[in-house]
Write a protein that binds this ligand. Structure first.
Ligand code: PLP
Length: 370
């Protein structure tokens, strides 16, 4: 690394393989040898690990975070015309799955500090058609789940945590994925805990829902070729489970390193840009480390010139997406979401970034901001 350019990897997935190459290769070869590609023993082994780690009674692995959301929504029997409250500041899948079932995503603006759904604005949006709330633990930290659960209980609604970015995070000493009736996470490669392709899991402590989702993930079958529900082909590959079983053994260490990187960024950057804030009672797994800048395009270009990759999560809020034009939202309806969408900028985040690299990145940010 010289003084003017560098090659910093945004998520550094190659390193995540290299670091545990031998163990990962061995685990993968084991699956190939047994040829137990579908619902092999590593799948159940992983689910037990996920249950132990999160404290949720049941972890049901599945094919992606998106399918985890679908399984939860199908488990509570979401019908066309139902309404589900969520945030417009999230990845499309959160609202897409609601709309996929012909229900209506009802958006609530976010908090300016955490970028999570503002619990004080939820109750206004509840109607007789409201069935559930999907709070998203954006960028790796959980929203105020006590308040959200309280509103939900008062109005008899289900809460589904979209924990695609927060697996491993804590809220008041408890893990993300154990804080509401349902939680959904993703093992997409670039998530804090990623596999080598698509993967996900849905969590619940309700035995009845667990049974239903286990069945729905296997085409709604109760036994082979006997189908109780309309379900889906939503299994996690045995290969991905085997990879995750290895990666789970080192995940606590990865979280600590992500937290170290975030802390070092914040120490250097806090006086020059808006840095992310972790709410009291929370710990984040830093799915993203995102700052806010006024001249984003310029900053992105200057960092790129220095070999520093960045990303924007997310440039267009969901209420202004073309696919949701039919809901007839207009610009200005969710002012905090819109403001953050214009300013947010994610910096390289992975467990392997060195202090020197963080200093290098920060130096270039300092010269790029207005
Ligand atoms: C990644 C993500 C999803 C979808 O997960 P996939 O595994 O990619 O299907 C859903 N919600 C949020 C907030 C995400 O970040």
């Amino acid at each position: 690394m010289n003084n003017t350019t560098t090659s910093i990897d945004f998520a550094n997935l190659p390193m995540a393989y290299e670091e545990h190459k031998e163990e990962l290769d061995y685990a993968i070869a084991g699956v190939l040898k047994n040829a137990n590609y579908i619902m092999g023993e590593p799948v159940r082994e992983l689910e037990e690990k996920l249950e132990k780690f999160t404290g949720a009674k049941y972890a049901i692995s599945c094919s992606s975070g998106t399918d985890a959301l679908l399984l939860a929504l199908m488990a509570i029997d979401i019908q066309p015309g139902d309404q589900v409250i969520t945030t417009p500041f999230t990845f499309i899948a959160t609202a897409e799955t609601i709309a996929f079932l012909k229900a209506k995503p009802v958006f609530v603006d976010i908090e300016e500090e955490t970028y999570n759904i503002d619990p004080s604005k939820i109750e206004d949006k509840i109607t007789p058609r409201t069935k559930a709330i999907i709070p998203v633990s954006i960028f790796g930290q959980v929203p105020d789940m006590d308040r959200i659960n309280e509103v939900a209980a008062k109005h008899n609604l289900f809460v589904i945590e979209d924990a695609a970015q927060s697996f491993g995070a804590t809220y008041k000493g408890k893990r993300s994925c154990s804080l509401s009736t349902f939680a959904c996470t993703s093992f997409f490669p670039a998530k804090p805990l990623g596999c080598f392709g698509d993967g996900g899991a849905v969590f619940t402590s309700d035995e009845r829902f667990a049974k239903k989702m286990k069945s729905m993930r296997l085409h709604g079958q109760t036994e082979r070729y006997f189908h109780k529900y309309i379900g889906m082909g939503g299994r996690l590959d045995t290969l991905q489970a085997a990879v995750l079983n290895v990666k789970m053994n080192y995940y606590e260490k990865d979280i600590k390193n992500r937290q170290r990187v975030a802390e070092e960024y914040t120490n250097i950057l806090k006086d020059i840009v808006v840095v992310p804030i972790v709410a009291a009672g929370n710990s984040s797994v830093w799915a993203q480390y995102s700052i806010r800048v006024k001249n984003r395009e310029e900053v992105v270009a200057k960092l790129k010139e220095a070999g520093i990759p960045t990303a924007v999560h997310y440039p267009r809020p969901l209420h202004l997406q073309e696919c949701f034009e039919y809901i007839n939202h207009t610009e200005g309806e969710f002012p905090i979401t819109e403001k953050i969408s214009n300013e947010i900028l994610s910096l390289p985040m992975n467990p392997y970034i060195t202090k020197k690299e963080i200093q290098f990145i920060s130096k270039h940010i300092k010269t790029a901001i207005i």
